[in-house]
Design a protein around this ligand. Structure first.
Ligand code: KG4
Ligand code: ZN
Length: 347
């Protein structure tokens, strides 16, 4: 059992949480979306500055809401990779400083391992092995979760991540930033069968298609061509129908790949993580398909799908209870494969 104060600043949310194993004692999430919206996406320098201004207040509130003092905290954690270097540095430096000041173990956490752990917050009894479908703004992967820190990538996108595709298509349809929630809301009013869009199959050199890998860049281009053609023909753009058809295609593709991967690898549980796990189309498709194939599909609580510190704390608490801690010399990294998680710890 370990109680951890965790910090997440890898992108555009300044988040701090106190987590006791798989139970959230407090979770503060300050989103920078209103600041970045005017630029149509995250501006890294602006993100770092906003984290700096918000972090101290967020730490104080998280501790106060957990009704704990520093004596009751067993470890201090922060996301150290992957993400925006300047943004990560703010959270990591804060965590190391607190660890030194209060003489606590320090843990650097891999952001994607955090997204995997978000599912434990709604399913505390879940144990590996299971399949994780990670769908965020920067990643889309199918991960074989073997045990804490031990992962194997079975499938991934060859180009854009699912969230990135949502954001790009939303920009094209002038729906604003972030695109995922905007498309999700609008899709409810549209016809998902209105347009047939390509599924982004990945060819194999030996013939046929990859069973688990995806490509979203062709789908994004197909939406662009569709919009351009409608404009050329002087026709109104049925934005809700385009949004619904796009979302339907992404949900169908991800569901097909995840189900095939789970069945092939004899994994009976699929845990979905990352911002796109909040998508209503994906939730509906996966729930339906998992029923048909007698599989269990799990989603994190809605508020812990997108970036938050509770998932980082949950992940750190497990590493800490296994005796894993990070050296204070640990730095931030913009990229780090999930398969290298154990390099972050002395164990
Ligand atoms: O996990 P996350 O907060 O940050 C990263 O680690 O990237 O994911 C953010 C991504 C964005 O691309 C956003 O558009 C997408 O998740 N997203 C959604 C939804 N909510 C957030 N995509 C589709 N439907 C949603 N409801
Ligand atoms: Zn994330």
């Amino acid at each position: 059992m370990a109680t951890v104060l965790a910090i997440e600043t890898s992108c555009d949310e300044t988040a701090v949480a106190v987590v006791n194993n798989r139970k959230v004692e407090s979770s503060v999430i300050t989103s920078q979306i209103p600041v970045h919206r005017q630029y149509g996406g995250v501006v890294p320098e602006v993100a770092s500055r906003e984290h700096l201004e918000t972090i101290n207040g967020a730490i104080a509130i998280a501790l106060e809401e957990a009704k704990l003092d520093w004596k009751q905290i067993d470890g201090i954690a922060a996301t150290c990779a992957p993400g925006l270097v300047g943004a990560l540095l703010v959270g990591l430096t804060a965590a190391k400083t607190l660890a030194m000041l209060y003489d606590k173990p320090f843990l650097g956490v891999h952001h994607l391992e955090g997204h995997i752990y978000a599912t434990y917050l709604s399913e505390p009894t879940l144990e590996p092995p299971f399949l994780s479908l990670l769908v965020s703004g920067g990643h889309t992967s199918l991960i074989y979760v073997k045990e804490c820190g031990i992962y194997e990538t079975l499938g991934q996108t060859r180009d854009d991540a699912a969230g990135e595709a949502f954001d790009k298509v939303a920009r094209l349809l002038e729906l604003g930033y972030p695109g995922g929630p905007a498309i999700d809301q609008l899709a409810v009013q549209g016809n998902p069968q209105a347009f047939t869009l390509p599924e982004g199959k990945v060819s194999l050199p030996t013939g046929g298609y990859h069973r688990y890998d995806t490509s979203f860049s062709g789908l994004k281009t197909a939406v662009l061509r569709l919009v351009q053609q409608l404009e050329k023909d002087d026709l109104p753009i049925p934005v809700a129908d385009v949004a619904a058809s796009f979302q339907e295609t992404v949900a169908r593709v991800l569901t097909k790949r995840a189900i095939a991967c789970a069945l092939d690898n004899k994994l009976s549980t699929i845990a979905v993580g990352g911002g796109v796990a909040a998508n209503s189309g994906l939730r509906k498709h996966l729930q339906q398909a998992s029923l048909e194939h007698n599989l269990r599909v799990l989603f994190p609580p809605m508020k812990f799908c997108t970036d938050n510190a509770a998932m980082i704390g949950c992940c750190a608490a497990e590493h800490l209870s296994l005796g894993h801690t990070s050296p204070l010399t640990l730095g931030v990294q913009s990229r780090l494969p999930l398969t290298s998680v154990m390099a972050l710890y002395r164990h």
